[in-house]
Design a protein around this ligand. Structure first.
Ligand code: PEP
Length: 255
């Protein structure tokens, strides 16, 4: 679906090391993000900083997200964070199934439970999918299909409006990545994602879901990835911790 606003999600991961630095980065981003009408900026800091950042922000242009969630609402789950706690902190989005969490052992079944509890609590879900590598035979396409099917197992079509799918090929993520996906790579996967959703649900649902791209996005490649990749937005890691560069990225996409 063509949205008026492009959504740019900042995934700060396990950074920065202090609340003071988090506030500085946020305040610098705020100056630009709060002026751009055509961009929905979503900041996903570590849990620890969500409270302070959401409390300090009185505007409406920036939204907040978490980088993970637990699949129960409360109870004896040491170290976990519940969807209700997030809701109470004015958190609207949650990233689920990031490849870095999957590599720590998160399974498709965990991801499916997390999506269901997030939706129950009215959080918007950013579901991450992505292959480790590509192969000539196209096995990776099947892999992506399974990731989507398993994550959305028994998720009713009425909830799909609250789900965004972020295509993040693992080979293109992070400082170690040697390649960036081309806009054509992204374009093809957006079509594939919609085809898969048509099969699981129907064409109408498939056309409405917002598909994003993530993996080594920077202020130089962002606009082309959005336009030629035909995505509704971007998930940005490293570049989102550098306000100067991130602000350039926001402006580039908004033009
Ligand atoms: C990510 O891990 O979600 C990501 C997109 O990272 P980077 O932009 O650093 O590749």
């Amino acid at each position: 679906m063509k949205m008026d606003k492009k959504i740019i999600i900042a995934n700060w991961k396990m950074n920065p090391n202090s609340l003071k630095e988090a506030k500085t980065i946020f305040n610098d981003i705020k100056v630009v993000a709060s002026k751009l009408q055509s961009i929905q900026t979503v900041i996903c800091p570590p849990f620890l900083y969500l409270n302070e950042l959401t409390k300090s922000y009185k505007g409406h242009r920036i939204k907040f997200g978490a980088q993970n969630i637990f699949w129960e609402e409360k109870g004896s789950y040491t170290g976990e964070i519940s969807p209700i706690m997030l809701k109470n902190l004015k958190t609207e989005y949650v990233i689920i199934g990031h490849s870095e969490r999957r590599s720590l052992g998160e399974t498709d079944s965990d991801i499916n439970k997390k999506i269901k509890i997030a939706l129950k609590n009215d959080l918007k879900v950013v579901l991450c999918i992505g292959e480790k590598e590509r192969d000539e035979e196209g096995v990776y396409l099947e892999f992506l299909e399974n990731q989507i099917k398993n994550a959305l197992n028994r998720v009713p079509k009425e909830s799909l409006g609250k789900i965004l799918i972020a295509y993040e090929p693992i080979w293109a993520i992070g400082a170690e990545s040697k390649e960036t996906a081309t806009p054509l790579d992204v374009y093809e996967i957006v079509i594939l994602v919609r085809k898969i959703l048509s099969k699981i649900y129907n064409r109408e649902v498939a056309s409405k879901i917002q598909v994003l791209y993530g993996g080594s996005v920077n202020f130089k490649n962002a606009k082309e990835l959005v336009e030629s990749g035909n995505v509704e937005g971007l998930l940005v890691g490293r570049e989102s911790l550098n306000p100067e560069k991130f602000n350039k990225l926001l402006k580039a996409v908004s033009e």
